[in-house]
Design a protein around this ligand. Structure first.
Ligand SMILES: C[S@@+](CC[C@H](N)C(=O)[O-])C[C@H]1O[C@@H](n2cnc3c(N)ncnc32)[C@H](O)[C@@H]1O
Length: 246
């Protein structure tokens, strides 16, 4: 198992946004049903006015929140290149680290962290920061998956120990969040992705963070490949009473 919360690995990989776009095809283009639409629904349920997305990548989800919710949306990402792409969508996007959020206490009523907490070396520090910038009663919506995501793809390939170990996953996410938030809810977003053909699988494997070297070992097969996705959204709530007032 290989860790993916190494800052250098993260910086190098996310300097190439096209790799992220390919890695996300199973969750966007190939996914049965609108996976991010369900996440958007969870965000909307909090009726937020001020939303912060951390690890916002190229800003595609922030863009969607901005057009579908009547809320102010601010995005932050460690990668300058990703932030440039988000800004080119007209978003208020800033370069910054989730472990040291450049915002005053209690400035947002929702924080979104989609598929990013497993990249953060000091998770407790990042979650303490999220809690600090949330208003009392505010919510964190955090999406992640399991290490076994897209099992049918990986079952075709040798297990050489390069499977990523997710520090924040479907399995341990709730207990990690519970160290910072008294109320944590897990919403199962498991589903299926349909890769149209072998080339799409090769392209996907070649864009992964730790298993790109396996791309040319994808065996030949005809037709599409249906693979299981194992995403989950956690909704964690900051208590209604302000710690400042307590
Ligand atoms: C898998 S991508 C997800 C992007 C976006 N949330 C989405 O769903 O399209 C993870 C993103 O988190 C960013 N990231 C990683 N560690 C971070 C940190 N400590 N602070 C802020 N952003 C970080 C990366 O640069 C990358 O853009």
């Amino acid at each position: 198992m290989t860790r993916i919360d190494d800052t250098e690995l993260v910086r190098t990989d996310y300097a190439k946004p096209e790799r992220l776009a390919t890695r996300f095809k199973p969750f966007r283009e190939y996914h049965r049903g609108d996976l991010e639409g369900r996440v958007l629904q969870l965000v909307a349920e909090g009726s937020p006015r001020d939303v912060l997305e951390i690890g916002s990548g190229d800003g595609s989800f922030s863009d969607r929140m901005r057009s579908e919710l009547s809320a102010r949306v601010v995005s932050i990402d460690l990668s300058e290149h990703m932030v440039e792409l988000a800004r080119s969508r007209g978003l208020d996007a800033r370069v910054g680290d989730a472990q040291n959020l450049p915002f005053p206490d209690e400035s947002f009523d929702t924080v979104v962290a989609n598929w990013m907490l497993y990249h953060v070396p000091d998770l407790d520090r990042a979650l303490a920061e999220v809690r600090r910038v949330l208003r009392p009663g505010g919510r964190l919506v955090a999406v992640t998956m399991s290490s076994g995501s897209l099992r049918e793809v990986w079952d075709m390939l040798p297990d050489d120990g390069s499977t990523p170990q997710l520090s924040f996953s479907r399995r341990n996410g709730a207990s990690i969040l519970a160290r910072h938030f008294p109320h944590v809810l897990a919403i199962d977003l498991a589903g299926q992705a349909v890769f149209p053909d072998r080339e799409a699988v090769v392209e996907y494997v070649g864009a992964t963070l730790t298993r790109a070297h396996l791309a040319d070992q994808v065996p030949h097969f005809d037709g599409p490949l249906v693979a299981s996705t194992s995403n989950v959204a956690f909704v964690a709530e900051r208590p209604q009473v302000s710690e400042r007032a307590a």
